[in-house]
Design a protein around this ligand. Structure first.
Ligand SMILES: Cc1cc2nc3c(=O)[nH]c(=O)nc-3n(C[C@H](O)[C@H](O)[C@H](O)COP(=O)(O)O)c2cc1C
Length: 187
């Protein structure tokens, strides 16, 4: 099944399909008004029980990004990005105040991350998800660098900038993973 021409021309659909993980960025800075629009989209993300638990540390300090990049082989690309958004949650407070102990803070953070990456793409920027939580050598190193208070955890960082590489947009449906009405094995 393919998209109709009308659907393919839809700007929002184009942004969703066109978003790819871009890990190499131009040195040029992202305009402040674009940063603000991305932040507005980030804070518009849905959250369980509308708890809105996510805090964002917006990082455009090149020295700090370089330090984060130097922390670990896996965080290296942060050093090349002009901009990053660290998506954080006060997990202890989330569990105490909202009695949500089922780990949905991660889903809340994931919604924020995707909004950031899609907003960036819509504004002519590119980005990539850099996982921090539960990754050895990342969370314990990056947390103090951002001066996060006790109990606040970083889910991930969205690295954003003008892309210096390009990738083909996504297209099509993976029929091996699509099941209609009931799970049909071996399809
Ligand atoms: C939960 C999650 C964690 C990810 N962690 C990383 C990461 O730490 N480093 C990285 O380079 N890419 C990371 N990615 C990006 C994926 O590698 C990427 O989305 C995947 O390869 C598909 O490519 P695409 O984004 O271009 O469609 C992560 C993506 C998700 C959703």
């Amino acid at each position: 099944m393919t998209l109709s021409d009308t659907q393919r021309q839809n700007e929002t659909i184009g942004v969703i399909l066109g978003r790819r993980s871009i890990r190499v960025f131009e040195a040029r800075k992202v305009e402040p008004e674009k940063v603000e629009t991305i932040l507005e989209c980030a804070f518009a993300a849905p959250s369980a029980m509308n708890a809105q638990p996510c805090h964002i540390v917006a990082i455009d300090d090149k020295d700090l990004l370089t330090k984060i990049g130097a922390a670990n082989e896996r965080t290296r690309m942060a050093g090349d990005a002009p901009l990053a958004f660290a998506v954080c949650v006060d997990v202890a407070n989330y569990e105490k105040v909202h009695r949500l102990t089922d780990g949905t803070w991660m889903e809340d953070g994931a919604c924020v991350m995707e909004n950031i990456l899609l907003a960036a793409r819509a504004l002519g920027l590119e980005g990539v998800w850099l996982q921090i939580a539960n990754r050895k050598g990342r969370e314990e190193v990056v947390t103090p660098m951002l001066h996060l208070p006790a109990g606040v955890r970083i889910l991930a960082m969205a690295l954003v900038g003008y892309g210096a590489e390009s990738k083909a947009p996504h297209s099509g449906v993976d029929t091996a993973r699509l099941h209609r009405n009931i799970w049909q094995p071996g399809r």
